[in-house]
Design a protein around this ligand. Structure first.
Ligand SMILES: NC(=O)c1ccc[n+]([C@@H]2O[C@H](COP(=O)([O-])OP(=O)(O)OC[C@H]3O[C@@H](n4cnc5c(N)ncnc54)[C@H](OP(=O)(O)O)[C@@H]3O)[C@@H](O)[C@H]2O)c1
Length: 266
C-alpha cells in the first residue's frame, strides 16, 4: 500500500450505503480497510481496487467482540484518518413475534459492535489528535418504531451517542458526524423481512446520493446530515410530534401486510 494515501475503515461496505461510501473514499484518495459478514465483501473490494485504492478485507461478524477485534487488528497499527461505522441491519415484525436471538443480533451489530470499534479507533485518533468519524444513524432514531421496535431503538441510541461523542471531542481535531438517512434502496428491507410492508415497497432514496451527503458532511466535519429534503421535513416534524402519534404513523409503514395499502394508494 502507498502509505502517503489516507486510510479509511468502512464497515458494511459490501452493499448499499456502505458500498457507496467506500467507493467515495477510494475516489478521494483513501486506502481502505473494508468489512462485512458475507463473502460478497471480497467482490466489493475488487470494485474499490479498480478505483486505485489499496484494499484490505475482513470478513467477520461485527456483532461480536472477536469480529471487531479481528477488524481492528487488520489495520496493523496504520493511522486511521477516517472511520465510517456503517454496518447495521433491521428486523421487522412485532417485537413479541421476533426470534430473540435475531433481535439481539440487531443490538449487538448496531450498538455494541459499532461503539466497540469506535472506542478502539477513537482512542487512537484522540492520541494522534486527528481523524474523522462518520456514524450511520437514521431518521428512524427520531421515531418509536412499531414493528421495528428494536431497530429504531438502536438508531435512537446511535444518533444520540454520535452527538455526545462529538461534544466530548470538541477540543480536539477529531470530528464525529452522524449520517441520518431515510428509507434508502438497499438490501436492508429484504434482509429485515420487510418486503410485505409499505416502506418495503415504496420508492426510496438512492444510496449513492445518501452516501455522498454523508461523505461530504464527514469531510467538512459537520455534526450531522439528514439526507434528502423529505427526510429533513419528516425529522423536523418528528421533533414536535407526540411519541404515541409517531408510533402509530410508523405502524402504517411497517405493519406486516401494509404493502397492500401502498399498492392501493398508488
Ligand atoms: N436502507 C435504509 O433505508 C436505511 C435508512 C437509514 C439508515 N440505514 C442504515 O444504513 C446502514 C447501511 O445499511 P444499508 O441500507 O446500506 O443496508 P445493506 O445494503 O443491507 O448493507 C448493510 C451492510 O452492513 C453489513 N452488516 C450488517 N450486519 C453486519 C454484521 N453483523 N457484521 C458485519 N457486517 C454487517 C452488511 O454486510 P453482510 O451482508 O455481509 O452482513 C452490509 O455490508 C445501516 O446501519 C442501516 O441501519 C439504512
Amino acid at each position: 500500500m502507498d502509505t502517503n494515501r489516507q486510510f479509511a475503515i468502512i464497515t458494511g461496505a459490501s452493499t448499499g450505503i456502505g458500498f457507496e461510501l467506500a467507493k467515495l473514499c477510494a475516489q478521494n484518495g483513501y486506502d481502505l480497510l473494508v468489512a462485512a459478514d458475507d463473502p460478497a465483501i471480497h467482490q466489493a473490494a475488487q470494485s474499490f481496487r479498480a478505483l486505485g485504492a489499496g484494499v484490505t478485507v475482513v470478513q467477520a461478524d461485527l456483532a461480536t467482540i472477536g469480529g471487531v477485534d479481528e477488524l481492528y487488528r487488520a489495520a496493523a497499527g496504520r493511522r486511521v484518518d477516517a472511520l465510517l461505522a456503517n454496518a447495521g441491519h433491521g428486523l421487522g415484525k412485532a417485537f413479541l413475534d421476533q426470534d430473540f436471538d435475531a433481535a439481539r443480533h440487531v443490538i449487538d451489530t448496531n450498538i455494541t459492535g459499532t461503539i466497540y470499534l469506535i472506542h478502539k479507533v477513537g482512542r487512537d485518533m484522540r492520541t494522534a489528535n486527528a481523524g474523522r468519524i462518520l456514524i450511520t444513524g437514521s431518521i428512524a432514531g427520531f421515531m418509536p418504531g412499531a414493528f421495528q421496535a428494536v431497530y429504531n431503538g438502536t438508531k435512537a441510541f446511535i444518533d444520540s451517542f454520535s452527538f455526545a461523542l462529538r461534544n466530548e471531542l470538541k477540543d480536539t481535531n477529531v470530528t464525529v458526524t452522524c449520517l441520518m438517512p431515510g428509507p434508502t434502496e438497499t438490501e436492508f428491507f429484504e434482509r429485515a423481512d420487510l418486503m410485505d410492508t409499505k416502506v418495503g415497497v415504496d420508492e426510496k432514496d438512492d444510496p449513492a446520493v445518501v452516501a455522498r451527503d454523508g461523505f461530504e458532511a464527514m469531510q467538512a466535519g459537520k455534526a450531522d446530515v439528514v439526507s434528502g429534503w423529505k427526510n429533513k421535513i419528516q425529522s423536523s416534524v418528528a421533533n414536535v410530534t407526540p411519541n404515541e402519534m409517531l408510533a402509530e404513523q410508523h405502524r402504517k409503514m411497517t405493519e406486516p401486510g401494509s404493502a397492500k395499502n401502498a399498492k392501493k394508494a398508488s
